[in-house]
Design a protein around this ligand. Structure first.
Ligand code: GH3
Ligand code: MG
Ligand code: MG
Ligand code: MG
Length: 316
């Protein structure tokens, strides 16, 4: 009697909304060399409106597809290739994917092989729809957490590149990028110019108007920089009130034009303190045979020259 009451419940398993949504949004690959078995899995998925599934009869079609799935259901007994090998290959390309092996019977040897080869879990044939979804449910919980972790890691990596006041790249990252851009420019024989500029008499701004106003100036100068530059330009806060701009595919003449535009627009900025006006001095250099250190030294010398010859000036 108990079993009779239990069976209808199992046959009408309802999927939690969040689980159902995850299943509908995750890309799924099913590999099984048996067409009937593919049919069974397809019917199960389709009875729950899960259509984002690619079905493969041949292992090499899946392995050579170059597609990355979130969830893999892999039959373990396959012709011409071991299930171990297939799972191992998928796992080595998809660290975060959920891989579930399908074993033909509750065979202990096969189950341990499936789990040892890099799968997260196994399901045995004949497939019971409820066990099938229950196993997916349990595994997708971990999968979702891993995806969140992965996303957070990407965000942290992105934040570690930025200066918190201006949201420009920080010193460390802009210097790394300079080394990369120099290599790229040399390899493809492309132009690369850089601009370094520094706010004039900035100590006085802090002394007269206070540190918060000094910060306001740095933020406004940075916004002007973002507005004027192209999306392919790489903008960094090199020091306190010193900025470094990398201009890929840009020769000296265009670099000078941009620097002059920056100089005049920054000179026109107004601040919450109405009497405040700020100018910059800058240097522009184009890559020759130097490395990063020498190129920065060159542009730094030009900036020094601009400061020494009266400020509010671009030297090249
Ligand atoms: P010069 O025209 O020769 O560049 O003169 P300067 O006064 O700008 O000279 P210097 O580069 O020596 O001074 C920079 C000052 O900028 C010193 C420092 O207190 C200030 N500064 C650096 N970072 C910040 C910041 O984040 N906020 C504020 N408000 N001030 C900063
Ligand atoms: Mg098989
Ligand atoms: Mg300064
Ligand atoms: Mg300075």
């Amino acid at each position: 009697l108990f079993i009779e009451r239990f069976i209808p419940y199992l046959n009408n398993i309802t999927l939690l909304d969040s689980f159902h949504k995850t299943l509908q949004n995750i890309s799924i690959a099913v590999l099984d060399d048996n067409e009937l078995q593919i049919r069974v899995i397809k019917d199960i998925f389709e009875s729950y409106q899960i259509k984002n599934v690619d079905y493969y009869l041949h292992p090499h079609e899946l392995l050579s597809s170059n597609k990355q799935y979130g969830l893999y259901l892999i039959d373990f007994i396959l012709p011409n290739i071991s299930g171990e090998r297939v799972i191992w290959e998928i796992r080595s390309e998809n660290k975060y994917a959920l891989i579930i092996g399908i074993s033909s019977i509750d065979n202990e040897k096969i189950i341990s092989q499936i789990l040892m080869s890099g799968a997260d879990d196994y399901i045995s044939k004949p497939i019971n729809k409820d066990i099938f979804f229950a196993r997916l449910n349990a595994n997708l919980r971990t999968y979702r957490l891993l995806q969140k972790l992965k996303q957070k890691n990407l965000e942290l990596e992105e934040m570690a590149k930025l200066d918190s006041l201006t949201r420009l790249y920080n010193h460390r990252y802009i210097y790394e990028r300079l080394e990369e851009e120099i290599q790229r420019a040399k390899r493809y024989k492309h132009d690369l110019s850089i601009i370094m500029f520094d706010i004039d008499n900035f100590k006085q701004v802090n002394d007269i108007y206070g540190h918060p106003t000094g910060d306001e100036v740095i933020v406004k100068v940075s916004s002007t920089l973002k507005n004027i530059c192209r999306s392919t330009d790489i903008l960094g806060r090199y020091g306190g009130e010193e900025f470094l701009i990398l201009l890929p595919e840009t020769g000296l003449a265009d670099g000078i034009k941009l620097a002059e535009r920056l100089r005049t627009q920054i000179a026109d900025l107004t601040y919450s303190q109405e009497s405040l006006k700020v100018t910059i001095s800058g240097g522009v250099a184009t890559l020759g045979n130097q490395g990063a250190l020498e190129l920065v030294k060159k542009v730094d010398n030009l900036l020094y020259e601009a400061k020494n010859s009266g400020r509010n000036k671009i030297v090249y």
